[in-house]
Write a protein that binds this ligand. Structure first.
Ligand code: PGA
Length: 242
């Protein structure tokens, strides 16, 4: 498999801007993964029909359909055209206080409904400075062993919290080191084949150095995925590396 480029649009874009971006990527024949906000999923899914771009959601309810006001079930996402879903993104862990028990329930539900989780892990600056980065990442990865069907995830993303949306990126060496650690932890769980993406202020000018590190199988891009030019540039770099 070539390098993966995944776009996390977070709480950005509108129907028109999202569909324009999606249409351009489809016309280019690109194979990247898009994660739009909930109301944008259905129109973007329609736009992508017949192309190679894959679609995912940014969150999923741990519950099945029912009386859960404001939640969106895995079945609804599947029905709207999603194949994948982000679980464990640091903005969910830290802003919404999602803990391991909740994330495990979300992972299980996603897989039961046929969605492939893109499971995100990563340490805060304080944890890194305290020498706890690998311990934290190891504990995030541990819940994969409890979920059953973790081999149906589409990828794991390493996103150091201090590098997300800050303009600060892990150096290629820091990313490479942590990706090697994640690969060894996943291998112990029989999940050594899962792609590992890097995320956190990925831009056209650092994408090559990051994606050429061993065990960096692609990138999860936030801010730079909102503009066609920068997303295309990152995807071109991924295709060049192969
Ligand atoms: P960023 O976001 O590229 O804007 O840092 C990455 C992410 O949170 O997935």
């Amino acid at each position: 498999m070539g390098k993966i480029v995944a776009a996390n649009w977070k709480m950005n874009l509108r129907r028109r801007s999202a569909c324009e971006l999606a249409a351009a990527l489809k016309t280019d024949g690109r194979e990247c993964w898009l994660f739009p906000g909930f109301p944008l999923i259905a129109p973007v899914a329609d736009t992508l029909i017949g192309g190679k771009v894959k679609l995912g959601a940014q969150d999923v309810s741990p519950e099945q359909d029912g009386a859960f006001t404001g939640d969106v079930s895995a079945e609804m996402l599947e029905d709207a055209g999603c194949e994948m879903v982000l679980v464990g993104h640091s903005e969910r862990r830290h802003i919404h206080g999602e803990d391991d028990a909740l994330l495990l329930a979300k992972l299980k539900r996603a897989v039961e409904a046929g969605l492939k989780p893109l499971y995100c892990v990563g340490e805060t600056l304080k944890q890194r400075e305290g020498g706890k980065a690998t311990e934290v990442v190891k504990s995030h990865l541990a819940i994969l062993s409890e979920m059953g069907g973790a081999d149906r995830a589409c990828a794991v993303a390493y996103e150091p919290v201090w590098a997300i949306g800050t303009g600060e990126t892990a150096t290629p060496e820091q990313a490479g080191e942590m990706h090697a650690f994640i690969r060894s932890e996943l291998t112990k769980q029989g999940l050594g084949q899962l792609p590992i993406l890097y995320g956190g202020s990925v831009k056209p000018d650092n994408a090559h150095a990051l994606m050429t590190q061993p065990h960096v199988d692609g990138v999860l891009v936030g801010g730079a995925s909102l503009k066609l030019d920068s997303l295309r540039a990152i995807d071109d770099i991924a295709r060049e590396i192969g």
